[in-house]
Design a protein around this ligand. Structure first.
Ligand SMILES: C[S@@+](CC[C@H](N)C(=O)[O-])C[C@H]1O[C@@H](n2cnc3c(N)ncnc32)[C@H](O)[C@@H]1O
Ligand SMILES: [Zn+2]
Length: 302
């Protein structure tokens, strides 16, 4: 199954979701800044980038960045924040199950707050492993964090929390909002040749009471102290991993990075708005600064 969550639904605003979540947002910027390695210089791919919320953590590194999301609306918002496309800044609408990139063309992959939404998460882990070469920062929402265990004890859900399968916390199934057994995912990532360089426990102080009584500045300062220290006991709801697989200085130019999401063939621009794959003949488009390389092709409205 490779259904994709629809953030283009007219009634939902992901930017609104973040209003009032200053502590969580700053806790994540902190984690990302501390996990990224400045020595890397090649392409960074923010996979499931949303509206570019996390860009303050990495845009000043001056690296080429490709923003990837299924949602055209969110990519447009990312462009409003980060500026129009230029040589080293590109916007791509794509399905993470079929990434339109050549093997080992991305130096650093980010996958933050996306695992919740992946019914076929193993397929996405394999796709990211195919395209990313050196470094991958992944946030794994875990089902056995400290508060969930306490809650689980009182509700008799101890066994569910210990099972290897993800748990669906969506209040509206069949919609999904998955939390994982982090060790199971890390084991899978090791099979895909990734090793854990560092790990952080994130959003350790997420509590309505604390947010009402302690300033965001103080919470974030304490969070920074706790993130590395609580990682080994897997305390927080989100475990962030810096994975590595080597180091290269490869930095393909844009034309040698993108490829047909269906067959990985060479893409050719027919004119300013139309693209065709030289191998399989499927057509794609370029609109308002966004390469629309979603596969399978979304049905047009109406
Ligand atoms: C919760 S948002 C996170 C956005 C951003 N990473 C952040 O932390 O603010 C999840 C994002 O993943 C994207 N997404 C989910 N499944 C996807 C898929 N299969 N292919 C491409 N994008 C996907 C959604 O469109 C959405 O923008
Ligand atoms: Zn093709």
């Amino acid at each position: 199954m490779s259904l994709v969550i629809d953030y283009d639904d007219g009634t939902y605003s992901y930017q609104d979701y973040w209003r009032g979540r200053v502590y969580e947002h700053r806790a994540e910027l902190l984690a990302l800044r501390s996990l990224l390695q400045p020595r890397h210089t090649g392409w960074m791919a923010d996979l499931g980038c949303g509206f570019g919320r996390l860009t303050p953590a990495y845009l000043d590194q001056g690296r080429p960045v490709v923003f990837v999301d299924y949602s055209l609306k969110l990519l447009g918002q990312a462009m409003d924040r980060c500026g129009p496309p230029v040589e080293g800044r590109q916007y791509v609408a794509a399905n993470l199950n079929y990434l339109p990139f050549r093997p080992a063309s991305i130096t650093t992959a980010l996958l933050i707050r996306v695992m919740h939404h992946l019914p076929s998460y193993d397929r996405v882990l394999r796709e990211v492993s195919r395209v990313a070469q050196d470094e991958w920062i992944i946030d794994i929402p875990q089902k056995r964090h400290a508060r969930a265990q306490l809650r689980g004890l009182s509700r008799g859900q101890w066994r569910t929390l210990r099972e290897p399968a993800p748990i669906n916390l969506s209040r509206q199934p069949p919609a999904i909002f998955l939390n994982y057994q982090a060790d199971v995912i890390v084991h899978r990532l090791a099979q895909l040749d990734w090793s854990v360089r560092r790990m952080l426990s994130v959003s350790n102080l997420r509590s309505a009471w604390l947010k009402d009584h302690v300033s965001a500045d103080r919470l974030v300062a304490l969070e920074g102290y706790l993130q590395p220290r609580l990682a080994s006991i897997r305390f927080g709801p989100n475990l962030w991993y810096a994975l590595s697989r080597g180091f290269s200085t490869r930095q393909p130019d844009w034309d040698n990075l993108i490829a047909c999401p269906q067959c990985l063939g060479q893409l050719q621009l027919l004119d300013s708005a139309n693209i065709v794959c030289a191998t399989c003949g499927h057509r794609f488009s370029y609109h308002n600064g966004i390469w629309d390389l979603r596969w399978p092709r979304p049905r047009l409205p109406g």
